[in-house]
Structures are given as structure tokens and as C-alpha cells.
Design a protein around this ligand. Structure first.
Ligand SMILES: NC(=O)c1ccc[n+]([C@@H]2O[C@H](COP(=O)([O-])OP(=O)(O)OC[C@H]3O[C@@H](n4cnc5c(N)ncnc54)[C@H](O)[C@@H]3O)[C@@H](O)[C@H]2O)c1
Length: 312
């Protein structure tokens, strides 16, 4: 039987995730939103591309959570995106309320699913999702690192004039201005980029990666990035449903790993059967550890703001 994937929020990221998931035949897709008719319209339009693209999977658009029942994976993209000049953190309270409502509906109908949260500010929203669902840490995770690493990989490939396929990018920390790209673990065909690029060029690529979301927001003028974010979600879904055991940077609930307790922060994880199978811990230099702590502190501050507003 095909796996069932529910995507909440049929906006840019949600609908594009449905597109990638269908095109890769990851499972049957349910697209749900509060706006009436819109998820139905997008699901129908996408389904009508199936004869042309040759994929076979169910595609349903709905406003009713009953249609999401018994999903294997649920993806939460509901919320409002950033406008130019806004930080991800400006979305905190609005999206926390949306994510809490969405998650309480999802858990009622799919109590055994894996949950991937995308809504921003990511590391705080996935915390809300864990609190509201009460699900164990291997079943709740956030998507950010796969996107941030993909951006870093693209910039490295462009800089060196090589295929993106040969570039690995390593990014740790929260999804925000404090994310921590790690050049010494970022490689081209196994060669660390520190062997191939001058330090100031690396720093420029790292900074562009940190600003990657804002760069797209500024160009679009309304809304934020969605092709690459949606492709990143599809990669995580694929690894879980097909037990690929990919090592992907995810926002994971840490309980002592990297010296952090009770917070979601981006770390390398193995995704496969059973969800988030394991967090890989690596030794960090003093500078890297300080940057990682700074990133975790920024996440903690957001979670504390939510607690103060009694949303988490
Ligand atoms: N984690 C990441 O790396 C990453 C990357 C890109 C975007 N995002 C975030 O993802 C979210 C979605 O972005 P987008 O570009 O798709 O925005 P969008 O505005 O295009 O879509 C959001 C959708 O959520 C729906 N929605 C709002 N409240 C809802 C509710 N209670 N139940 C169901 N649906 C609801 C809206 O109707 C809308 O269709 C934003 O918070 C954005 O910041 C995160």
C-alpha cells in the first residue's frame, strides 16, 4: 500500500512539496488548508499533470482533517511567511497559534505519524509541535538544515565551477542568522573547501548562506522561498519512508547531545525507518562550539518568549 503524506498549508511551500512528492512517487498526498477550494484546486491541477509526467499517486485537496486520517508522514507548512525587512522571529506568536491548532488536529487523526515542521521561526515552531503533540523525539523534527546546506552547496559549486553533485555542505545550528556552516566539513569530491578556496571567499559564501532566505525574500518582494525548501522536505520524507538512512541536518530535540538539553537545534541526523534514528555528534573546535552555543541561545530565547506568552 502506498504511504500517505499529509501536507498542511497549501501555499507556496506546501503545494510545491506536494509537487515534488508526487513527481517522486513518495506516496499518496493530501493537501489541506483553511482556505476553502484552494487545496482542492491545487491538488486537482497537480493530479491532471500526472498523465503527462507519468506518476501514479493519489492527490486530494481538502479542508477537513478527517481526510488526513492514518497518514504516515505529516508536514506542517501552515503559517504566514516573511515580508521584506521581517526576520523569521517576527512571525513567532502568529505562527505558534497556527501551528498549535494544526498539530492538535493532526495528532487526533494520525497518532502514529512522523511529523516534519517547516513553519517559521522553525526551531521554535517544531518545539511547539512537540509540546502540543507529546510525541517522542524520533517522530517530530524540523526542516531547515537540508535547505541551508543545499544553498551552501549551490554557492560552493558556482564559485568553483563544479557540479553540485560533487559538493557536500555541512551546516549546524538554528535556522536563522546564527546558523553555523562548517567549511572544514564541506567538501568537493571529498576535498575540504578550505583546501580549494581562500578564507575570505569561504566567509563570503558562508555569509550568503546565512542570508540565503533573505536574499530570495528581497527579490520576490512578497512571500519567501519555496522551490528549494519544498525539495528539502521531499528529501527528508523520502529518507524516512524508504528507510534510506540518509544523514541529513535536521532540527532535532536534543537531550544532552552537543551539550544542549530540551531544545530543537539543527544537527546531523540519520533518517529512516522509525524516523529520526540517531543524532551524529562530532567534535567542534572552540570557535565552532561557541557559534553553535550562540545559535542554541537564540533558539532558547525564542522558546522563552513563547513560554512568556504561554503559547508553549
Ligand atoms: N523551515 C524552512 O526552511 C522554511 C523555508 C521556507 C518557508 N518556511 C516557512 O513556511 C511557512 C509557509 O511558507 P509559504 O511560503 O508556503 O507561505 P504561504 O503563505 O504561501 O502558505 C501558507 C499557507 O498556510 C495556510 N494556513 C494558515 N493558517 C492555517 C491553518 N490554521 N491551517 C491550515 N493552513 C493554514 C495559508 O492559508 C496558506 O495557504 C512560513 O512560515 C515560512 O516562513 C520555512
Amino acid at each position: 500500500m502506498a504511504a500517505k503524506i499529509t501536507i498542511v498549508g497549501a501555499g507556496n511551500v506546501g503545494a510545491t512539496t506536494a509537487h515534488w512528492a508526487a513527481a517522486k512517487e513518495l506516496g499518496d498526498v493530501v493537501l489541506i488548508d483553511i482556505v476553502e477550494g484552494m487545496p482542492q484546486g491545487k491538488a486537482l491541477d497537480l493530479a491532471e499533470s500526472a498523465p503527462l509526467e507519468g506518476f501514479d499517486c493519489g492527490l486530494v485537496g481538502t479542508n477537513d482533517y478527517a481526510d488526513t486520517a492514518h497518514s504516515d508522514v505529516v508536514v506542517v507548512t501552515a503559517g504566514v511567511p516573511r515580508k521584506p525587512g521581517m526576520s523569521r522571529d517576527d512571525l513567532l506568536h502568529t505562527n505558534a497559534k497556527i501551528v498549535s491548532t494544526v498539530v492538535s488536529n493532526l495528532v487526533r487523526y494520525s497518532p502514529q505519524a512522523y511529523m516534519i515542521v517547516v513553519s517559521n521561526p522553525l526551531d521554535a515552531m517544531v518545539y511547539v509541535a512537540k509540546q502540543v503533540s507529546g510525541w517522542p523525539k524520533h517522530r517530530v523534527m524540523g526542516m531547515a538544515g537540508v535547505l541551508d546546506a543545499a544553498r551552501f552547496r549551490y554557492f560552493i559549486a558556482q564559485e568553483l565551477g563544479v557540479s553540485v553533485q560533487d559538493v557536500h555542505g555541512f551546516v549546524l545550528g538554528g535556522h536563522g542568522d546564527t546558523m553555523v556552516p562548517l567549511p572544514r566539513y564541506s567538501t568537493v569530491a571529498g576535498i575540504p573547501i578550505t583546501e580549494l578556496l581562500a578564507p575570505e571567499r569561504i566567509e563570503a559564501l558562508v555569509q550568503r548562506t546565512r542570508d540565503g532566505g533573505a536574499e530570495v525574500v528581497a527579490l520576490l518582494k512578497s512571500g519567501s522561498a519555496y522551490y528549494a525548501p519544498a525539495a528539502a522536505v521531499a528529501e527528508m520524507v523520502d529518507s524516512i519512508l524508504n528507510d534510506r538512512k540518509r544523514v541529513l541536518p535536521c532540527a532535532a530535540y536534543l537531550q544532552g547531545e552537543y551539550g544542549i538539553k530540551g531544545l530543537f537545534v539543527g544537527v546531523p541526523c540519520i533518517l529512516g525507518e522509525g524516523g529520526l534514528q540517531r543524532v551524529l555528534e562530532i567534535r567542534l573546535s572552540a570557535d565552532e562550539a561557541a557559534a553553535f552555543q550562540g545559535s542554541a541561545d537564540a533558539v532558547r530565547e525564542l522558546v522563552e518568549k513563547l513560554r512568556a506568552g504561554s503559547v508553549a
